[in-house]
Design a protein around this ligand. Structure first.
Ligand SMILES: Cc1cc2nc3c(=O)[nH]c(=O)nc-3n(C[C@H](O)[C@H](O)[C@H](O)COP(=O)(O)OP(=O)(O)OC[C@H]3O[C@@H](n4cnc5c(N)ncnc54)[C@H](O)[C@@H]3O)c2cc1C
Length: 333
């Protein structure tokens, strides 16, 4: 069967995988990124988009979501193939290369692999209230892919973090009406966004939780309850958006025959794992003196990529030269 063979595939499109993809492009490698989330950016986007980072070289302070946007722009300069919403489940050897099989059954063929999986694949934290699972993807959502699908809808947004508050602020102008419930009075979201929310037309109810979602072929209503008094309220709604955070799990990666230490993959000074042509970098790898920081993670992935290049093409130097001496294609986006 015909398949496209890539030189290098990054499992994880967090900051480390993104910078690695840029570097691989710089070295002229056919590059792919796979991530389980619907968007690139890893922890920067999933866990703390509105927090400032102060220890990125060259950025005295930068919002995590802005740093992610810069990294994405940099990473896509050489147009790598990006596969989102695919969780890498298996890593197997076929002839002279590796095959990564994802939970969708898709097979990705690649000569080298760099695992930049952080703490593991992120999946949305699910709510086990009545009716929620029945309507998942059809009236109940764990994220927003296409904003306009909520145009003129009556929305219920659940959660108290940045995602919940940001989506409420983004969606209320196009929705018919928007209600946000949170199980505590205090929000975890950025203060400024919470202030904006409270001044907006969004109806905010705390401390409320979701008890059940009802409907026939589509969602028609949601029952919420005050978690101190247990008093219930019935809201007519067309869609429920749950933003309850993410859980991360290395999961299947643990079965790939990699040498592990706790929840991290052991690497040597060239970021090599015990499997040939398989590297690891960033939060998901470990060695003596390992620091889980952005500055060190991007350095590690540079070493991994340049070594992978040299391994595939022994004529190519490990040291790539200085980017300031190169002519690069223009930035897009
Ligand atoms: C609240 C908070 C504040 C922080 N502040 C700072 C700071 O100020 N300075 C600093 O240097 N660091 C900070 N960090 C740490 C920093 O965010 C991490 O070091 C960095 O995100 C690691 O990047 P990564 O690419 O290795 O992993 P991640 O950002 O975790 O990205 C990993 C990606 O891999 C994907 N993935 C995992 N497994 C699979 C799979 N099997 N298939 C497909 N995709 C998969 C995940 O979905 C995820 O998108 C902070 C972290 C947190 C939580």
């Amino acid at each position: 069967m015909h398949h496209e063979l890539y030189d290098i595939t990054f499992i994880g499109g967090g900051p480390v995988g993104l910078f690695g993809a840029f570097y691989a492009g710089l070295r002229g490698m056919r590059t792919k990124i796979i991530d389980s989330l619907p968007q690139l950016g890893g922890q920067l986007v999933a866990l703390y988009p509105e927090k400032y980072i102060y220890d990125m070289p060259g950025f005295p302070e930068v919002l995590a979501k802005d740093l992610a946007a810069h990294l994405i722009r940099q990473a896509t300069r050489f147009q790598p193939t990006v596969c989102l919403e695919e969780r890498a489940e298996q890593l197997t050897r076929e002839d002279d290369h590796w095959v990564i099989t994802t939970h969708k059954g898709v097979q990705h063929h690649t000569r080298t692999v760099v695992i930049c999986a952080g703490a593991g694949a992120f999946t949305p934290r699910r709510l086990h209230a009545e009716g929620v699972a029945d309507f998942e993807g059809n009236g109940v959502y764990y994220g927003v892919r296409e904003k306009m699908q909520f145009a003129d809808k009556r929305l219920l947004i659940v959660g108290g973090g940045d995602s919940a508050v940001d989506w409420a602020l983004h969606l209320y102008p196009i929705a018919r009406e928007t209600t946000l419930i949170h199980r505590r009075h205090e929000f975890r979201a950025h203060e400024q966004s919470v202030r904006q929310l409270l001044e907006s037309p969004v109806r905010v109810l705390t401390p409320y939780e979701l008890r059940r979602v009802k409907g026939n072929s589509t969602v028609q209503s949601a029952t919420i309850f005050h978690n101190r008094t247990q008093e219930e309220m019935e809201l007519p709604v067309d869609a429920v958006i749950l933003n309850l955070g993410f859980v991360a799990s290395l999961g299947p990666i643990k079965q790939w025959g990699l040498e592990l230490e706790g929840n991290a993959i052991k690497v040597d000074h060239l970021m090599r794992t015990n499997l040939p042509g398989v590297y690891a970098a960033g939060d998901g790898c470990t060695y003596e003196g390992k620091l889980k920081l952005l500055a060190t993670g991007v350095g590690e992935v540079c070493i991994a990529v340049n070594h992978a290049k040299h391994m595939l093409d022994p004529g190519a130097k490990m040291f790539p030269g200085h980017s300031s001496e190169m002519t690069l294609p223009p930035l897009t986006g």
